[in-house]
Structure formats: structure tokens, C-alpha cells
Design a binder for this molecule. Structure first.
Ligand code: SAM
Length: 340
């Protein structure tokens, strides 16, 4: 019998460890930095249903990625919880041997009802996006009238269902919600939940990103540590995007994701599959590789794994390290489509 081939490494020596799967390109929020209403209005053409991967197809692709070494799987979107019966997909994926971490990123709007069935289906953890702890700022950021209290109910339901510790993602955009950084840190300090402050990125091309809109990680850290002293923590694994800090008084930790001012491409071990089955080897890509055609065209499991391997060994993406005034205007795929 032939020995199993070694897990592939890309041209920069990076393995594929994390798989992010977008289950829908639709969302019920219109966050200004992600799906601005001017670009994602009533006339926007979302993916037709028959172009979206079925749960069975997603499971098959996931098994192929796991055979190449993927160990973490995250469901995302769009808003993943608007995909009907998502817990059925979670049940399929949680049965795959080799997945060590199965998680979900959500805006939390439907989490209060969904947390228990998701946990029962085998989900391990959730990350909830929340850009402010006060309603006016939150509404300004997501452009959808939705109370913070409902997201907090979702976080509580997740914790109760055993999906904690909950990570909470806050994208910081200058002049929009930078005043909410300290209130967010203050609110979640001592709760066991981990807020991760994210530099606003030039993903996609509809959000009109400008470097001036980015609040650098250093400034976010200064704001929080002036009120609550912080100590850096060691990373726990390769590819961890958040720099971790703990409160000196022991009341928990925060993370900072500085993909603009301190890029981490050298450690990027992520593959992304869009809802219509395209593989993207970088969050800032302009094009993907069609996997749906392969799956629907009758390819065997070995052929699918072979194609993924060929794509991965040729991977040379390092967008954030190469970012410049020339790269910013590229028509990169939207985050709502590729999956955050
Ligand atoms: N709808 C889900 C949610 O809100 O978490 C999942 C998809 S969303 C695209 C995933 C994450 O990407 C969210 O935490 C969101 O805030 C973040 N995100 C979207 N656009 C971003 C940008 N331009 N810069 C930084 N983070 C962004």
C-alpha cells in the first residue's frame, strides 16, 4: 500500500489548517464597512439558490480539506444563521473525524433561538460581531434597526448552551465607533467573553476604504490600557490572528487584529470557500477556483483532494504585506460573499 501523501505546503511553507465556509451571501444587516446599503440595496443580485452549495456538497468538500490537514472549520457568510436548518450542516460536519474546532461567526441577531440546537448538533464555539454597546452607535454601524440587547441575549444563550467562551468581534472605523472601544472593553471585562478589536480592512471594493478610516491597533491598545492596564500574552498556535492581552488585574483578556498595521500573511493557514463553491486562498483575492463544477461534475473524492492540493501548493498570496496605493483599488471580492 502507498503511504498517504504529506499534507501540502504552499510556496511560502504554509499548511492549510483552517477552512472558512460561507453558507450564504445574504445578510440582514448592512454594516457600512461590509455591505453598504448603496451597493447592497433591493436591486442587488444575490446568488440564486441553485448556485449555492448544498449541505451534502459542503460536507464533501470539507472532508477533502480535512484529508489535506485542515483542523479548524468555521461557518460564516453573509449571515450564516439565515441559512435554513444550519444545524443540519453542523451535525454533518461535527461527525467528520479530524476536525478539532468547529465554530460559527454570526451577527448574533438570530442566536438566542439558534444557540441550543447548534450546540446540540455539535458546534463548539461562536464568534459574535458587535460594533458598539450603545444602540445609536450600533445602528449607525449596521444600518439596520436592531437593539444591542437582542445580540446580548444571543451571547447569553450561546454561553448557556456551552458555546463559550464567546469571542466578540468589533470592527473599529474612525469617526464612526472609535468612541465605543472603551465602553465595549468595560462592558465585557470580567464576563469571560473575549472582545477582539479589528482594524478596518480594505476587503471588497464597495466600502470606499481609506487608510485614514483605520484606527491603528496601537491606538486601540493605548485607549484601553490607559483605563485598564494590559499585559501581552503568548500566542497559542500558528496562524492565530489576534494578538492577545490580559488585564493586569486578572479580569479577562482581549484580542487585537491588526491586519493593516501589522500584517500576518506569513502565518496565514486559511482557505475560504464561498457559498457558490469557489475556493479563495486569500481574503483579498480578486478571483477564486471553481470547486462546485468539480463536485457536480462527478469528480471522485481523490480527484477533489488532488485539485485542492494542486491549488494549495501553488498558493503565494500575501496581500496585506504587499498592500499599497496600487492594490487598494483592485476589485477584490466582497467579504459578505467570500465569508469573513
Ligand atoms: N454576518 C456574520 C457576522 O456579522 O459576524 C459573519 C460574516 S462577517 C463578513 C464576518 C466578520 O467580518 C465580522 O466580524 C465583520 O465585522 C468582519 N468584517 C466585515 N468587513 C470588514 C472589514 N472591512 N474590515 C474588518 N472586518 C470586517
Amino acid at each position: 500500500m502507498q503511504p498517504a501523501p504529506l499534507p501540502p505546503l504552499d510556496t511560502l511553507g504554509r499548511p492549510v489548517r483552517d477552512l472558512r465556509i460561507s453558507v450564504t451571501d445574504r445578510c440582514n444587516f448592512r454594516c457600512v464597512y461590509c455591505m453598504p446599503r448603496e451597493a447592497f440595496g433591493p436591486d442587488h443580485a444575490f446568488l440564486p439558490r441553485d448556485e449555492i452549495l448544498t449541505f451534502e456538497e459542503i460536507e464533501r468538500l470539507t472532508r477533502a480539506f480535512v484529508s489535506l490537514g485542515a483542523r479548524k472549520v468555521r461557518l460564516t457568510g453573509g449571515e450564516p444563521l439565515i441559512r435554513r436548518d444550519l444545524e443540519h450542516l453542523v451535525a454533518r460536519l461535527s461527525a467528520i473525524e479530524g476536525i478539532e474546532d468547529l465554530s460559527l461567526t454570526t451577527n448574533g441577531s438570530l442566536l438566542a433561538d439558534k444557540a441550543k440546537p447548534l450546540a446540540e448538533a455539535g458546534l463548539h464555539r461562536v464568534t459574535v460581531s458587535l460594533d458598539a454597546i450603545d444602540d445609536p452607535t450600533f445602528t449607525r454601524m449596521n444600518d439596520a434597526r436592531f437593539p444591542v440587547a437582542r445580540v446580548l441575549d444571543g451571547i447569553l444563550a450561546a454561553e448557556t448552551a456551552g458555546l463559550g467562551p464567546v469571542k466578540i468581534n468589533m470592527v473599529v472605523k474612525r469617526g464612526w465607533n472609535d468612541g465605543a472601544v472603551l465602553p465595549m472593553a468595560t462592558y465585557f471585562r470580567g464576563t469571560g467573553h473575549i472582545v477582539r478589536f479589528i482594524e478596518y480592512m480594505d476587503v471588497g471594493h464597495t466600502n470606499g476604504w481609506r487608510l485614514d478610516d483605520v484606527v491603528p491597533a496601537s491606538q486601540i491598545l493605548e485607549t484601553i490600557s490607559a483605563a485598564f492596564p494590559l499585559e501581552p500574552m503568548a500566542p497559542t498556535e500558528r496562524g492565530e490572528v489576534a494578538r492577545r492581552y490580559r488585564y493586569a488585574d486578572g479580569r479577562g483578556e482581549i484580542g487585537i487584529i491588526a491586519s493593516v498595521t501589522q500584517p500576518f500573511c506569513a502565518d496565514c493557514v486559511r482557505a475560504r470557500v464561498s457559498a457558490d463553491g469557489k475556493l479563495f486562498t486569500c481574503l483579498f483575492a480578486v478571483a477564486g477556483h471553481d470547486l462546485r463544477g468539480l463536485v457536480r461534475g462527478g469528480a471522485s473524492d481523490e480527484e477533489i483532494a488532488g485539485t485542492l492540493r494542486r491549488i494549495w501548493v501553488a498558493r503565494d498570496d500575501r496581500y496585506s504585506e504587499e498592500r499599497s496605493s496600487q492594490t487598494v483599488p483592485l476589485t477584490k471580492v466582497e467579504m459578505s460573499y467570500i465569508g469573513g
